[in-house]
Write a protein that binds this ligand. Structure first.
Ligand code: HEM
Length: 377
């Protein structure tokens, strides 16, 4: 883990240099992070050095993107086929992914891991990590842009660590001590889990009972159960919030005010009322959808019930790379925010709408943000 960390930090430092632009620039952040993730995988896993920012159409990037584009109709149909008729699909030898792409990465794995026999396992590693990290990164920068106070507080923590390191590169231990960064990443994983669902196949008949032990449903052996990770993360049963917009409360206030007072126009009453221009809040967010890292502070995080927070799944088949993923994402946030400030641009989606279809968590029309270098003056 520590050895990988050094390579990740090196990639982050290169990314900061590659993004350098004297006056700042608008960019679609998902595309940015997919390219960056591409360079990290290429160097950490395969020992190949590529620069996806400069060579925009390099073959590693193009094939990786195609391979992980689960929105393509062909891939969608094959995945549904495997969900519904796994034995038949396997018998017909239908592959989910295009042979050309699989062959490219398998050859690369073979050259990189000659001692390793299970190349198929390497491909799973590659697929699982390619999109999830870029997705998580794009939602983190979106949320901190939408709430500048959170971005400032995070920047303060990053700056403190950077000053303590006195010009040296980020260390693994320094990163582990960053509590606010951990809270922001955890809350993003709650609100926008990159893997919004997972599933399990039952290996024996299982009875689901209610609190009085009455059988509600029987899941038969061989049946597949879908686990709605995003659904759990947005369930008001688990994520209550006192700031929720409550129309009943407003009715009560109006009742008491008008019962006791009369309101009249004064010289300064604006007629007609004009709305403020600029970036004003466009919606009232309710408690569940509110981005609030405080849910994960030392006092609150232990109150979240088991099973209500599952960004990396649960049990013996949970994500094998959760620690690695968290380390990588935090290192990227550290380097980006240390050198750049994120602000809204005219194309920033507010509110953010998710793309529909059989794809991972993804903004409908991309996430455009503006990046300005902090040391521009
Ligand atoms: C933010 C990043 C990531 C998220 C949110 C994530 C999430 C998940 C989830 C929800 C599962 C299913 C777990 C379950 O069903 O209980 C999973 C499985 C898996 N993940 Fe990740 N993952 C991430 C990054 C990665 C990376 C970087 C790798 C590899 C380098 C990876 C490798 C795997 C593998 C191999 C499995 C299958 C484990 C098994 O079936 O035993 N993941 N991940």
């Amino acid at each position: 883990m520590r050895q990988m960390f050094t390579m990740i930090v090196e990639c982050c430092e290169n990314m900061v240099l590659a993004l350098a632009h004297p006056t700042g620039q608008e960019c679609e952040v998902k595309d940015l992070f997919v390219r960056f993730k591409n360079d990290i995988i290429a160097s950490c896993a395969f020992g190949v050095r590529i620069k996806s920012f400069l060579d925009k159409q390099n073959v590693f990037f193009r094939y990786g993107k195609d391979l992980t584009d689960f929105g393509r109709l062909k891939v969608f149909l094959k995945m549904m086929g495997y969900q519904m008729f796994p034995t038949l699909m396997a018998w017909l030898e239908i592959d989910i992914f295009d042979r050309k792409h699989v062959q490219f990465f398998t050859d690369l794995f073979r050259r990189s891991f000659q001692e390793r026999e299970q190349h198929g396992l390497c491909l799973i590693f590659f697929l699982a990590g390619f999109d999830t990290i870029a997705t998580l990164m794009s939602f983190i920068v979106y949320e901190v842009t939408m709430t500048p106070e959170i971005q400032h507080r995070l920047y303060d923590e990053i700056l403190q660590v950077s000053e303590a390191l006195d010009g040296k590169s980020l260390t693994y231990d320094a990163l582990q001590g960053m509590h606010y960064l951990d809270m922001v990443v955890s809350e993003t994983l709650r609100k926008w889990p990159p893997a919004p669902s997972t599933d399990r196949q039952c290996n024996q008949d299982f009875m689901v009972t209610d609190e009085r032990d009455n059988v509600e449903i029987i899941i038969s052996k061989g049946g597949t159960v879908s686990i709605p990770i995003a659904g759990q993360h947005h369930d008001p049963k688990f994520y209550l919030d006192p700031d929720r917009f409550d129309p009943e409360q407003v009715k009560a206030i109006v009742y008491h005010l008008l019962l006791n007072f009369e309101f009249k126009r004064t010289d300064r009453t604006p007629v007609p009322v004009q709305l403020a221009k600029g970036f004003t809040p466009l919606r009232v967010e309710n408690g569940i959808h509110r981005f609030d890292p405080e849910r994960f502070n030392d006092e609150n995080k232990h109150k979240i019930p088991l099973g209500a927070y599952l960004p990396f799944g649960i049990g013996p088949r949970n994500c094998i790379a959760s620690r690695f993923a968290l380390m990588e994402v935090k290192a990227i946030v550290y380097h980006l925010l240390l050198h750049y400030e994120f602000t809204r641009s005219e194309r920033t989606p507010v509110p953010l709408k998710l793309a529909k279809g059989f794809i991972s968590m993804k903004a409908e029309k991309g996430i455009y943000l503006h990046l300005s270098p902090r040391n521009a003056e």
